[in-house]
Design a protein around this ligand. Structure first.
Ligand SMILES: [Zn+2]
Length: 100
């Protein structure tokens, strides 16, 4: 994996950590959630909670796919497409979370 630095905490994103991308760059999932929870209006707390749960499970799904070992060559493309689909879902959730 390419190396990214979280623009919020300044630490390197380590393989296996949950993170996403925003316009400002790479950010840990936990850094994004705490940044948002400090800045949003009270009436958006319930939305933040739902999006946090959703994104956590999407990111876990991505990590689980990355952890599948010894994928047969003829399946590699299909797994890559699956990965891309979930990556797209993470990007959408990131945008929803960021728009709160
Ligand atoms: Zn961070």
């Amino acid at each position: 994996m390419a190396e990214f630095r979280c623009f919020e905490c300044g630490n390197t994103v380590v393989t296996g950590e949950k993170f996403t991308f925003t316009k400002e760059g790479a950010i840990h999932f936990s850094c994004l959630v705490s940044k948002k929870s400090r800045s949003i209006k009270k009436e958006n707390y319930a939305k933040l909670r739902v999006l946090t749960i959703l994104m956590d499970s999407e990111l876990q799904h991505l990590l689980n796919i990355l952890n599948i070992k010894d994928v047969p060559q003829e399946m590699a493309d299909k797994i890559r497409v699956k990965y891309k689909d979930i990556e797209k879902a993470v990007n959408e959730t990131t945008q929803l979370l960021n728009s709160l």
